[in-house]
Design a protein. Structure first.
Length: 603
């Protein structure tokens, strides 16, 4: 039976690593990319000293070091799997130092599985996992000391040190060591309780001393720690539950009656424990999985890494429905020259699906700034990048934002400002080469102008100052086109803005602005909209004052016939005409206000 349990427990540990890897590699990969972009880990001595100068700063430093490798698509899932396995093994090893019992080993999976569910929320960060591993590792070292006196002295020394390294997670050290001392067969229980009280007093005094004499930080950050939860002003209840769950596992090993697991009861107990822990974990992870957030992060990642083809291909498999993801998709379509033809092949969210107006979090400015950047509105993109970085709740800097700030200042000719950001990026691991290469462009006007991206954006950017108003995007886009008639993206965004708002009079007024774009034929959605307007004026679709594809005319005639004669027209159109502007105009637009309001509330 012991051999069977040993093999089963080993397989469970392997299973934990495999399922965590699969989850982050295929279902939640972009949550890892999301974490990487919201920090700026630097390989410098000042950065290290600044990081470790606050309680839990050391584990935050370690977690940021690990998080930077989430930049690589397959490395992140591997690291998450290894960390989760390491946590389970540390819980097991510490528990076995209290009392060795393979029957209880399924419970050692409870902390990592619960933490897995917590990390489905992008605001829970890797610091909580690293801090727990470090604390348990130090506790394990203490339990290996055979001399009671040396062990007690070492624990008294380790408690304040662990607090400074790992923050509030250190509370587990005195608690577990009390349990450990109480389970020693040769120890006096009265003295064990007295020593335990000393441990707890020392644990309480440590943050008080830090608060009053060492650091100027809010009480929440001093007592709980930094690097666990992104919003520093909120109490991370999930982390507190994680600590309680870890301590509960130790109590089970220490005090669960052996009779519960003896003889014939051992196998049923083991199996029921297994189902309880893993079943509960499956329920929590499934409930915590945020499909919408992952979708948004996926499109955002593909856009910021300029993987336009993948973004379009992803939408063709499963069209996004929320404004942020749709905005990223539309940007990808514009960069592939497909926006005018394929825009309405996908669910649209009104003009907010072009450039969202929501302003409730730190990610939005970064995502919307991408659109402004490619349009040529470099000052607006620069402002959004700066505001997005400054709005990060845990006050970290962002490698993504610094990269964009370096680019916008380079395009604008502010070379010394760009140099400042590039020199900072040179201290990183994954952005160093790009920063070094970009430094060579500073001051070289010809080289910048000939750059395929920076040169084009520099050509399209406004030549005169103006007051930016996000509620007057049509006027801003029109200004960009008047300044540079070949700015295809600005033209297509202006046309899209009119179509999405059902502003057909202005659409017809602006449509001729595209003559200098160089279209071989008018984009399909523009033909559909123009033909619809013409159809309101004339029943003769063969004599339009603008070139319209014959196939579009035939579809329009079929659509009009069904729309005017069948009560179930919408049901039919969903299969045959859902990719047309007519379907959007008559049916999809009706649900946009309600859907966007629901998204605002959820967001």
């Amino acid at each position: 039976m012991k051999i069977l349990l040993r093999n089963a427990n080993g397989m469970l540990t392997l299973l934990l690593g495999v399922v965590v890897f699969i989850f982050y590699a295929f279902f939640y990969a972009n949550h890892l990319h999301f974490q990487e972009q919201l920090q700026l880990f630097q390989f410098t001595v000042p950065y290290f000293i600044e990081s470790i100068s606050i309680p839990s700063g050391f584990t935050a430093f370690l977690s940021q070091f690990i998080t930077q490798f989430f930049y690589l698509p397959w490395v992140g899932p591997v690291l998450m799997a290894l960390l989760m396995v390491r946590l389970q093994l540390m819980v097991k090893w510490v528990a076995f130092r209290i009392k060795r019992n393979p029957n209880l080993e399924p419970f050692t999976f409870a902390p990592p599985l619960f933490l897995w569910a917590l990390l489905c929320d992008e605001n829970y960060m890797l610091g909580g996992l690293v801090a727990l591993i470090l604390t348990l590792q130090l506790v394990w070292v203490l339990t290996k000391i055979s001399s009671p006196v040396v062990r007690i002295v070492a624990t008294m020394i380790f408690i304040p040190i662990t607090y400074w390294l790992a923050g509030g997670t250190a509370v587990l050290m005195p608690l577990i060591m009390i349990v450990f001392e109480l389970t020693r067969p040769t120890e006096n229980r009265v003295s064990a309780w007295g020593i335990g009280a000393g441990y707890l007093i020392l644990m309480l005094i440590s943050p008080l001393i830090a608060k009053n004499y060492l650091v100027l930080l809010p009480s929440m950050q001093v007592f709980i720690g930094y690097g666990y939860y992104r919003y520093l002003i909120y109490l991370p209840f999930g982390i507190l539950l994680l600590w309680a769950l870890t301590f509960l596992v130790m109590l089970l090993y220490a005090f669960l009656p052996k009779s519960v697991m003896d003889g014939k009861k051992s196998l049923p107990f083991y199996i029921s424990s297994l189902f309880l822990v893993w079943g509960g974990a499956a329920y929590l992870v499934a409930g915590s999985y945020n499909r919408i957030a992952e979708e948004v992060m996926t499109y955002d990642y593909l856009v910021r890494t300029q993987q336009w083809d993948k973004a379009v291909a992803l939408a063709e498999k499963d069209a996004p429905a929320n404004p942020l993801a749709v905005a990223s998709l539309n940007l990808a379509l514009s960069q592939k020259g497909l926006l005018g033809d394929k825009m309405f092949h996908f669910i649209q969210n009104g003009s907010e699906g072009l450039i969202p107006q929501f302003d409730r979090d730190y990610l939005l400015p970064m995502m919307v700034g991408e659109v402004y950047y490619y349009l040529g509105l470099t000052n607006t993109a620069q402002r959004f990048a700066f505001e997005g970085m400054e709005a990060i709740p845990d006050y970290q800097k962002s490698a993504r934002c610094l990269k964009r700030l370096a680019e916008t200042n380079l395009i604008n000719g502010s070379y010394e400002v760009s140099r400042k950001y590039l020199l900072i990026l040179q201290n990183t691991f994954f952005y160093k080469d790009w920063a070094t290469e970009t430094l060579a462009y500073l001051g070289d006007e010809d080289r910048i102008n000939n750059h395929p991206e920076w040169g084009r954006i520099r050509k399209f950017r406004p030549k005169e100052d103006f007051l930016f108003d996000g509620n007057q995007l049509d006027m801003i886009l029109g200004m960009l086109i008047q300044q540079e008639p070949k700015n295809r993206m600005a033209y297509e965004y202006l046309m899209g803005y009119c179509l999405l708002n059902k502003d057909l009079p202005h659409f017809m007024q602006y449509v001729d602005l595209g003559k200098e774009i160089g279209y071989k034929s008018m984009p399909i959605s523009y033909q559909e909209a123009a033909l619809y307007v013409w159809g309101l004026q004339s029943t003769d679709l063969s004599q339009t004052p603008f070139p319209v594809n014959n196939e579009v005319k035939k579809r329009m005639q079929t659509y009009a016939g069904i729309y005017t004669t069948r009560e179930d027209a919408q049901m039919y159109f969903e299969k045959e005409f859902a990719d047309t502007y007519w379907y959007y105009f008559h049916y999809r637009h009706k649900n946009i206000i309600k859907r966007n309001e629901e998204f605002r509330q959820m967001h």
